[in-house]
Ligand binder design. Structure first.
Ligand code: NAD
Length: 313
């Protein structure tokens, strides 16, 4: 499919970011750090001002703009990072589409179909998923998701541009809910919550076991390499025995629904599965960022070719 993208090569001079919350602010920081002119828009003027101030404090200039037209007009690449709501995202993409005929339009949705987000645009071929992970300036992978109508050239240009920004851009060839990472993550979350709901162990024990077993291993050896490493015959025997026993409910846990209905939303309300005192959420965020930084610098020091980068099944 042919497209009229302004820069099919990594060249990226002007970028727009819609949504100045947690993710939009972090994505804007990565772009600005690479010398790209960044226009930032948020429907909430105070969120926009706070983000621009926070970025300026890090020496990162971004331009606050007052409309979607200003974000998109003449930009090479626009990323949306607003609320996870399909109708709102569709409306934003329709407006971005009407404002400029050339920019690649990317959505940071975590789980919504890229194809549906593009539905109200005149050019769904230039809409692509770019799923960044939090914290966006630290986590290496960005999943580049092909919608049903995304052009090959748009996927290729997006991968090239993200690579030029220092990200590990991976291609997700089908527009499935949760892409790759969130499918795996929430398969684990579902079982974690089920273990608590079924009274097999308490919430603290789930985290303690994960952090001190697979959590220690996964950043070094992923599940596919681990299956090969222990032997696929053993993996098959384990799956024969355990898969029939683990949770496969098609919807969220009743325990999770009960907590949310009771207003126990986690750190932001002071109580979820666990109790959260004042300042504990920020402290957890700092510890997490420090941990990720340490792992990445260790990895950079001892870099060796990795099995999953050499072999494909
Ligand atoms: N938080 C994460 O860990 C994470 C990770 C990956 C992807 N995402 C996805 O990124 C997106 C943003 O998530 P977040 O955590 O940054 O949310 P957030 O609530 O921190 O920020 C969203 C921002 O979007 C603004 N906004 C809402 N509607 C808007 C509109 N119509 N026009 C302009 N601005 C609007 C809000 O005012 C807010 O400042 C969501 O789609 C989410 O699923 C989040």
């Amino acid at each position: 499919m042919s497209t009229s993208i302004r820069h099919a090569e990594p060249g990226l001079t002007v970028a727009g970011v819609v949504g100045a919350g947690l993710m939009g602010r972090g994505i804007a920081a990565v772009l600005a750090r690479h010398g790209i002119e960044v226009r930032l828009f948020d429907i909430d003027a105070s969120a926009l001002a706070a983000a621009v101030d926070a970025l300026a404090a890090q020496g990162l200039p971004v331009r606050a703009v007052r409309s979607l037209d200003e974000v998109a007009w003449g930009a090479d690449f626009v990323t949306e990072a607003i609320a996870e709501n399909l109708t709102v995202k569709q409306s934003v993409f329709a407006q971005l589409d009407a404002a400029d005929a050339h920019a690649v339009l990317a959505t940071n949705t975590s789980v919504l179909p890229v194809t549906s987000i593009a539905e109200r645009t005149s050019r769904p071929d230039r809409v692509v998923g770019t799923h960044w992970w939090n914290p966006p300036d630290l986590i290496p992978v960005v999943e580049v998701v092909r919608g049903d109508r995304t052009a090959d050239a748009v996927v290729d240009a997006t991968v090239a541009r993200l690579t030029a920004l220092g990200k590990l851009a991976v291609r997700v060839e089908k527009d499935v809910p949760g892409f790759v990472g969130n499918r795996i993550q929430h398969a684990l979350w579902r079982e974690a919550i089920a273990l608590v709901h079924e009274g097999i162990c308490d919430a603290q024990t789930v985290d303690l076991v994960v952090r001190n077993t697979i959590g220690l291993r996964l950043a070094e050896m992923g599940p596919i390499q681990n299956a090969d490493y222990v032997g696929l015959d053993l993996t098959l025997a384990i799956h024969d025995a355990v898969l029939p026993a683990i949770n496969r409910d098609p919807g969220p846990s009743p325990l999770l629904r009960r907590l949310v209905a009771a207003g126990r939303l986690g750190a932001k309300t002071g109580e979820g599965f666990l109790q959260w005192g004042p300042g504990e959420r920020d402290a957890a965020a700092s510890r997490l960022a420090a941990h990720v930084r340490t792992q990445l610098s260790e990895r950079a020091r001892g870099a060796t070719p990795r099995a999953e980068e050499k072999e494909t099944a």
